[in-house]
Design a protein. Structure first.
Length: 199
């Protein structure tokens, strides 16, 4: 089985989708104050560090994803086509959205590295941009023809099914996180309304 440059680019792209999905799941676990000691696997491990590393991996593979296209003969991509994809030779809209995903992931990783200097509020605003990056990454992955021929999308292709599953996981966990945050805010609001009891 021969792996073409387009196949290689697609596989790296799927790795980026997996890394972003794992990174966001770990972020949700932190929001829920998940404890690996109290819960499964009942062992102490630093999943904050794992969260950081999956972010670094996501950035690296997102950068690597388009690079094989520079060696592809047809369609021929230039460096400018990757950095400023609006003029790319095939599927410029999808590729531009993919480039936006790369820039957002890079922004998230760089600002996380300087989170102490930025301060919690500013850093958090940048950090939540990962959701925009994930939307852009999933959009690019779903609507790009892996053969770059503009063919109709095969929603039951193995790669597309993988991206669809990751998108569904992120959507469900995001809704759960939003619900948890809302319930927490309502609980704090109700607690603040309760009259203080005299000693």
């Amino acid at each position: 089985m021969n792996i073409t440059l387009l196949d290689l680019s697609a596989y790296i792209g799927l790795t980026a989708v997996a890394a972003i999905t794992v990174n966001m799941l770990l972020g949700v676990m932190m929001a829920f104050r998940y404890s690996p000691v109290r819960n499964w696997p009942h062992h102490r491990f630093n999943y904050f560090r794992l969260h950081n590393w999956t972010g670094y991996i996501a950035l690296v593979v997102t950068i690597l994803h388009p690079l094989p296209l520079l060696l592809n003969k047809s369609p021929k991509f230039r460096v400018l086509d990757l950095l400023y994809a609006v003029h790319s030779p095939q599927q410029p809209l999808e590729n531009t959205i993919g480039a936006i995903a790369l820039y957002i992931v890079a922004l998230m990783v760089v600002t996380s590295y300087f989170r102490i200097q930025l301060g919690r509020r500013t850093w958090k605003a940048f950090h939540f941009s990962v959701y925009l990056g994930a939307i852009a990454l999933f959009w690019h992955s779903l609507f790009t023809d892996p053969d770059l021929k503009g063919a109709p999308i095969d929603w039951f292709d193995g790669g597309k099914l993988f991206v669809e599953a990751c998108a569904a996981i992120i959507l469900i966990t995001t809704l759960l996180r939003w619900r948890h945050s809302r319930q927490k805010a309502l609980h704090l609001k109700e607690s603040s309304r309760q009259p203080a009891t005299s000693p």
